[in-house]
Write a protein that binds this ligand. Structure first.
Ligand code: IPM
Ligand code: MG
Length: 356
């Protein structure tokens, strides 16, 4: 049966990078991959058209699709809007409405980019880390939240870091299953020395681990984990953590690989339906210049092929094609170094197609 893919380009560099990823999907379709693409608005682009960052039409398109390809949302233009209609709400709404609780963020260092990292090559070479971030709970969604005025007239902002056992159990299982196909090690990251909600996190992950006797589980406080990521990142195989800690640690991990422009992600529900997006943002400062790195979005297509479309051979091909263009010395500005050939967003996309 034809698999429907919802394409939501979003804001900033979103449309440029998504266009390159769509080229890959179209090329595979021309070869016989049975997919159809449907386009929708999300984020600031949707707000400008419809007054909301997540229009009903987009939500129902996303719900009816088998997979979603998303670019990025947000930009200076919408920063002063009320938080309830900011572009980011469109993304968070999709994650939550579609129950995409498991966010996989692999950080792999391509050997060709070892010198693009700000860390020493020996610290990062061979890095292959998977961050499993809880995506539909925690402080991002906890109630109560808001900004209130106290009796003395002073304002007070508040959010709630809240997790129930079932939410922790299901993300822990995802991490253990993934680790079983890798090196078999899970490091659970929390702040159990200070926060009760993550004390429960630690307890629950430990209980789930009893069903996975072959997996080696360790625990780490988030501050230490941030330090260890830049000190000795290769000690990690799979990291599993809360929504906010995962947001922060995955940006940190991305720089180990040379550029945040290289990191794809998958956000999955219980049935492996997924939304696929680069982990970087909309980069409004370089939008429209055709200089952004499309590789994270193209690698997100590879993840879509692997996790939702069940096409592991095609997924390997896309990843290999990316590796080939790096071998050829092609680099967008963010990963450019001396002696390499600087290419634009669209030239990079064309090169990947050629290598495919
Ligand atoms: C990410 C982004 C989002 C997040 C923003 C855009 C809402 O930073 O996907 O990491 O905080 O989850
Ligand atoms: Mg982030």
């Amino acid at each position: 049966m034809t698999k429907k893919i919802a394409v939501l380009a979003g804001d900033g560099i979103g449309p440029e990078i998504v266009a390159e990823a769509v080229k890959i999907l179209e090329a595979l379709r021309a070869e016989g991959l049975d997919i159809s693409l449907e386009y929708g608005l999300v984020g600031g682009a949707a707000y400008d058209e419809t007054g909301t960052p997540l229009p009903d039409a987009t939500l129902s398109l996303a719900k009816s699709a088998d997979a979603i390809l998303l670019g990025a949302v947000g930009g200076y233009k919408w920063e002063s809007l009320d938080i309830s209609v900011r572009p980011e709400k469109g993304l968070l709404g999709l994650r939550s409405e579609l129950n995409l609780f498991a966010n996989l963020r692999p950080a792999i260092l391509y050997p060709q980019l070892a010198d693009a990292s700000t860390l020493k090559p020996e610290v990062v070479s061979g890095l292959d880390l998977m961050i499993v971030r809880e995506l539909t709970g925690g402080i991002y969604f906890g109630q109560p939240r808001g900004i209130r005025v106290l009796e003395n007239g002073e304002k007070q902002g508040f959010n709630t870091l809240i997790y129930r056992e079932s939410e922790i159990e299901r993300i822990a299982k995802v991490a253990f299953e993934i680790a079983g196909k890798r090196q078999g090690r899970v490091c659970s990251v929390d702040k159990a020395n200070v926060l009760e909600s993550t004390e429960l996190w630690r307890e629950t992950v430990t209980t789930v681990a009893e069903d996975y006797p072959d997996i080696q589980l360790s625990h780490m406080y988030v501050d230490n984990a941030a330090m260890q990521l830049v000190r000795a990142p290769k000690q990690f195989d799979v990291m599993v953590t809360t929504n906010m800690f995962g947001d922060i640690l995955s940006d940190c991990a991305s720089m180990l690989t040379g550029s945040i422009g290289m990191l794809p992600s998958a956000s999955l529900d219980e049935n492996s339906k997924g939304m696929y997006e680069p982990i970087h943002g909309s980069a409004p400062d370089i939008a429209g210049e055709n200089i952004a790195n499309p590789l994270a979005t193209i690698l997100s297509v590879a993840m879509m092929l692997r996790y939702t479309l069940n096409e592991p051979v095609l997924a390997d091909r896309v990843e290999l094609a990316v590796s080939r263009v790096l071998d050829q010395g092609l680099r967008t500005a963010d990963i450019h170094s001396e002696g390499m050939q600087k290419v634009s967003t669209s030239e990079m996309g064309d090169a990947v197609i050629a290598a495919l």
